[in-house]
Design a protein around this ligand. Sequence first.
Ligand code: COA
Length: 207
Amino acid sequence: MKKIIIIGAGGHGQVVADALLLMKEAEPVAFLDENPALIGTEVLGIPVPGGNSYLSKIEHDGVVLALGNNALRKRIFEELTKAGENLFTVIHPSAIISPSVKIGAGCMILAGAVINTGAEIKDNTIINTNSTIEHHNMIGPHAHIAPGSTLGGEVTVGEESMVGIGATVLPRVIIGNKAMLGAGSTATRKIPDGVTAAGMPAKRLKF
Ligand SMILES: CC(C)(COP(=O)(O)OP(=O)(O)OC[C@H]1O[C@@H](n2cnc3c(N)ncnc32)[C@H](O)[C@@H]1OP(=O)(O)O)[C@@H](O)C(=O)NCCC(=O)NCCS
């Protein structure tokens, strides 16, 4: 049984822990979290001894970064990879994943997610509850596909981008890097790098 440390004991971390508890080959041994209110407590029966400095003090085979903020998750992923840590991919047993799918390191594939033929999920990406990644999607590193979203065939999602809860991306549409598609929105054409778009069809938000 691989011993896995979960970084982040918040809501998302607890969802990731639930998935990990159901995996046959791995188990959560600790949460690490900088929140003083959590340090010294147990969350879901899993100890929270302290923040990230505890990584070297606890025996483990892998780490998963249960942090919703894509930029923060990317930074810590790069630091830990450089330090030689094994970034572990958590897959909830109820996820349906085609055998042809490629999944990178440190990903979180959560309950009810469907990932179809030929899709590629790069490192440190969250494929959240009940989302559908259709055939031949390319989901970039450090991205987050939020719960209940649906991506048609051959969609590309760039690095550090987010597809909001319940959003839809039409087939072959490109979501650029560090882009955001709002909750419940429908992307009918490309969302450029760094742009937040929302609505149906999704339009660039004015700030
Ligand atoms: C798109 C989003 C990032 C915009 O957030 P924001 O920058 O704080 O924008 P605001 O809430 O100030 O809204 C700006 C305008 O966009 C509209 N808007 C915001 N989100 C929208 C959405 N999802 N769909 C349609 N319109 C939206 C607002 O009504 C507002 O319109 P107005 O200027 O006419 O009043 C945010 O609303 C969103 O959808 N986030 C996704 C959250 C999510 O899915 N999280 C997953 C967690 S697991």
